[in-house]
Each structure stands twice: as structure tokens, then as C-alpha cells.
Design a protein around this ligand. Structure first.
Ligand SMILES: Cc1cc2nc3c(=O)[nH]c(=O)nc-3n(C[C@H](O)[C@H](O)[C@H](O)COP(=O)(O)O)c2cc1C
Length: 387
């Protein structure tokens, strides 16, 4: 591909370069994928107010998230198996984020371990934890994140059990992949990926393997999830995890006003309005639709962020103008990583930044912190009118 101008170009390249199993793992939602699709399509229902003859000089996309300076209101979301999209993928993404000046969140289900990533960056990153039914493991992993200098704990609250993605079951998703005939045929055309993967030792769940006893098959995400994730999670247990951590906490995966109120009540420093990129409850509304009522309910008590469906700087602007303090991106950076490694993550961030900056200018705004609902034309009934 000659020139990469948008996130979709990175996605096309990613599709050509990364084994089908891992492309499908990222590029799918649960069951019918209704929520996965609507996360993206609902952004295009919102329009922007074009303003003219406004001084557009000296623009700034800088702001803060959790009190931390960020070059734009975008953080890299926790994404499991990132090190299968590109060898040492978590390290590459963390470095690209650090250089760009945006936060990186490491998933519990990463390939590179917390310690691996910490060794390769110079500033603190955030760590995402899934609440497990094993307090001993919870405590140990939280202690490891503290020892590695992580500056915030992102507790994911929308995955007590795993939503079903048909393709993962059909593809036999595992890390590393099992060498069946279809996998080998696919790998024959993805030689660059295979070559780089042979050059690293990081091919298993780095935070899990060697740290958990009694898990029969840690190569399989669904097997481990079924055994260890906590179907009995409740607000008391979330509060217990927050106490174990004792620092800044983000609760990720809130999509309902009542839950947002509970999250604010127990003292979350930020919440992420999210449906897990359409990977959990298929049929749930898109995150961008639920953002406004949640901001109205708790925006003065906690930072409200959102994720799911962001593929451009225009999407970032729409979310921020709707009231989000910041957003997280998942697939948009994974496409870049799979396409071009660390440089691809940087490219994804550059694209989103340029789009955000230019869109801001054409909306007649100079500061990302001054965006608001006055910049948007939202169709009537977009966020309400449910029965
Ligand atoms: C391939 C993939 C793996 C993910 N793994 C995790 C994870 O380990 N922990 C987590 O909290 N969220 C995980 N998520 C959800 C993301 O953090 C984020 O909510 C979602 O990607 C946002 O939607 P977007 O991809 O449309 O930006 C994952 C998402 C994808 C696409």
C-alpha cells in the first residue's frame, strides 16, 4: 500500500499481514454483532456544526485524564493477546503511546508481562485487571502492578462471563496458535508475522503462565475465563479490589445510568462508558448513545470516558463534545500494530490526532477542552426515547 491516510488503510494492511485467527479475534463482536456494528455506525448519525470566520490559530488538543497530561484525550485500551498481533506487541504499543504522550493500558490477558512492559518504557502505564474468583491471584497481580510502577488500575466490570464470538470457536483461537492444516496454510502467506514471532520468547499469557496454579489450559482464553473469572462479582468485591490497589481507579464497562451512579458512589476516579467493543452483551446500545445520560448523571462526580467504535479523530471529537473527558481506543491501534508494528501504532495515533485537530478547527474551536454540545447536531431521540 502506497500511502496510509486513514485508520481503514491500516486495517486493510493488518488483514493481509496477520494470521486470520488473530484478525478475526479483534475484528468481531459477540453473537449477531449488532452492538459491534452500531458502535461504529451510531457515530455517523451525529453531525458537526461547521463554523466559519473564527480565528483557528494556536490550536491545542492537550488535556488531562486522571490528572495526567495527555497530548490528546485518547488512551490505548487494554487489549488481550496484543502480543499475538505482532511479536512483543504490548511493548511496541506501550512505547508508541509513551512517545506520543498518551496513556497505555496493559491487559491482564497480555502476552508480554507487566514486568516486561515496565522494563521497556520510562513512564508509568496503567494496568487492567479482570476480577477473578481467586483473591490470592488478585492480590499478587495488584502487587506486581504496584511494583512495576503502574499509575492507575483499570477494573473491567463487564466480563464476568465471556460473550461468545463465533469465529474464535471456529478458528480454535489460542496463544500460541495450534498448528492445524488451515492455520499452516494461512501462515504460509503471513511469513513476516511468523518470522518475527520466531524471534521472541513471548508467546504465552505472560501475566498468567507461571503465576497461576491449577489452570489446565492457559493457552485457551475461553477455558481460562470459564475457570477463573468471577461470576459472583458485586460492588463490594469491586470495592475490595479498589482497596487492595489504594491508588487511582478506573471502572471500565459501565453502560447504564444506575451502574454509573454506583460506580461514582464507591469512589471511582473515572468510569469508561463501554460495551467492550461489542464483544459482550450483543443487543446492548452503542456506547456513544449511552454517553450523554451518564455524563448528565455523574459527570460532576467522576471523570466520564467512553470507548467502543472510535475509528477517527472526528469520533473522538464527537465523544468529547458529548461530554467525555477522554476516550479509549482498541481496534484502531491494533490495526496499526498488526499492519506495521510500533510504527503502525504511532501512525494510528498521528492519523487520529490530525483528524481531531483539523475537525476542531473546522468547527471553529481552538481547544479540545472547550468542545461541547454546541459543536454537535444530534438527531432527536438519539440517547432517549426508549420504552
Ligand atoms: C481484540 C480485543 C481484545 C480485548 N481485550 C480486552 C481485555 O483484555 N481487557 C479489557 O478490559 N478489554 C478488552 N477489550 C475491550 C477494549 O478494552 C475496548 O473496550 C474496546 O476495544 C473498545 O472498542 P473499539 O475496539 O471499537 O475501540 C478487547 C477488545 C478487543 C478488540
Amino acid at each position: 500500500m502506497a500511502t496510509i491516510t486513514c485508520i481503514d488503510d491500516l486495517k486493510q494492511l493488518y488483514r493481509r499481514r496477520v494470521p486470520r485467527m488473530f484478525y478475526d479475534y479483534a475484528e468481531s463482536g459477540s453473537w449477531t454483532e449488532q452492538t459491534f456494528r452500531e458502535n461504529v455506525s451510531d457515530f455517523s448519525r451525529i453531525h458537526l456544526r461547521q463554523r466559519v470566520a473564527v480565528d483557528m490559530t494556536n490550536r491545542s488538543t492537550a488535556t488531562t485524564m486522571l490528572g495526567q497530561d495527555v497530548a490528546m484525550p485518547v488512551a490505548l485500551a487494554p487489549v488481550g493477546l496484543t502480543g499475538m498481533q505482532s511479536a512483543d506487541g504490548e511493548i511496541k504499543a506501550a512505547r508508541a503511546a509513551e512517545r506520543f504522550g498518551v496513556p497505555f493500558t496493559l491487559s491482564t490477558m497480555s502476552i508480554c508481562s507487566i514486568e516486561d512492559v515496565a522494563e521497556h518504557v520510562s513512564k508509568p502505564f496503567w494496568f487492567q485487571i479482570y476480577a477473578l474468583n481467586d483473591d490470592d491471584f488478585n492480590r499478587r497481580i495488584i502487587d506486581r502492578a504496584k511494583a512495576a510502577g503502574c499509575s492507575a488500575l483499570v477494573i473491567t466490570v463487564d466480563l464476568q462471563i465471556l460473550g461468545q464470538r463465533h469465529k474464535d470457536l471456529k478458528n480454535g483461537l489460542s496463544a500460541p496458535p495450534k498448528f492445524t492444516l488451515p492455520v499452516l496454510l494461512d501462515l504460509a502467506t503471513k511469513w513476516r508475522w511468523g518470522f518475527e514471532m520466531l524471534g521472541t520468547k513471548r508467546r504465552f499469557f505472560g501475566n498468567i503462565v507461571g503465576h497461576v496454579e491449577g489452570v489446565s489450559d492457559p493457552s485457551s482464553l475461553s477455558a481460562w475465563t470459564a475457570e477463573k473469572f468471577d461470576p459472583a462479582l458485586n460492588w463490594d468485591r469491586i470495592r475490595r479490589l479498589m482497596d487492595m490497589w489504594g491508588g487511582k481507579v478506573v471502572l471500565k464497562g459501565v453502560l447504564d445510568v444506575e451502574d454509573a451512579e454506583r460506580a461514582a458512589e464507591i469512589g471511582a476516579d473515572a468510569i469508561v462508558v463501554s460495551n467492550h467493543g461489542g464483544r459482550q452483551l450483543d443487543g446492548a446500545p452503542s456506547s456513544i448513545r449511552m454517553l450523554r445520560p451518564i455524563v448528565d448523571a455523574v459527570g460532576n462526580k467522576t471523570e466520564v470516558w467512553m470507548d467502543s467504535g472510535i475509528r477517527s479523530g472526528q469520533d473522538v471529537l464527537k465523544a468529547v463534545a458529548m461530554g467525555a473527558r477522554g476516550v479509549m481506543i482498541g481496534r484502531a491501534y491494533v490495526y496499526g500494530l498488526g499492519a506495521m508494528g510500533e510504527a503502525g501504532v504511532t501512525r494510528a495515533l498521528e492519523i487520529i490526532h490530525k483528524e481531531l485537530d483539523t475537525t476542531m478547527a473546522l468547527c471553529g474551536e481552538r481547544r479540545v477542552t472547550e468542545l461541547g454540545r454546541h459543536n454537535l447536531l444530534v438527531p432527536r431521540g438519539f440517547s432517549d426515547g426508549w420504552e
